[in-house]
Design a protein around this ligand. Sequence first.
Ligand code: GAR
Length: 203
Amino acid sequence: MTRFGVLVSGGGTNLQAILDAHSDGRLQAEIAVVISNRKKAQALERARAAGVPAKVITHHSFPDRQEFEQALIERLAEHQVDWVVLAGFMRVLTPLFLSAFPQRVVNIHPALLPAFPGLDGQGQAFAHGVKVAGCTVHLVDEGTDTGPILAQEAVTVRDDDDLESLKARILEVEHRIFTETLQKIASSELVLEGRRARFVGTR
Ligand code: GAR
């Protein structure tokens, strides 16, 4: 069974969606470990409540990014992780980390990439005045939110939306497309042709 390691930094509603999908059988995979770079992340409580090992590796405890990433790699390896899931993980990962999990790091981003990469995708889109917002699940490469796209879904912006109402509707869609994509990763083969990604067959 595919073993996912989940990296988090904050509230962890995407992690919760993953844990819920796992517990009710929509996600047939192991959630091997959850690692937060912030001690106070609510995501840690969510992991513990679900009986998943929850660890803290703070980037402040290391002299540089490389040593921080090396510590992440070691902890993920201890838990025999096959795929790394970034669920609201707010640190950029370097080639050192990515080479330990080649084409096996997946991220959720709260905008329709390639528009509005980086921090606060929803806020950037809202401020731009888009009529269609959304979210993207993608493989992580060395750029910022530039890797091959695995899934996307649009969310219509309403005239009476404020940023909070729009964020809330995007988040609901995030939870669904992220868990569905993780199930595809766990149950089929990911084929990459250049930037184009598709899932084939079932295991
Ligand atoms: C989510 O909206 C996710 O898309 C975003 O952070 C939020 C985490 O929420 N991620 C990024 O912006 C990554 N650059 P959560 O902790 O409740 O899952």
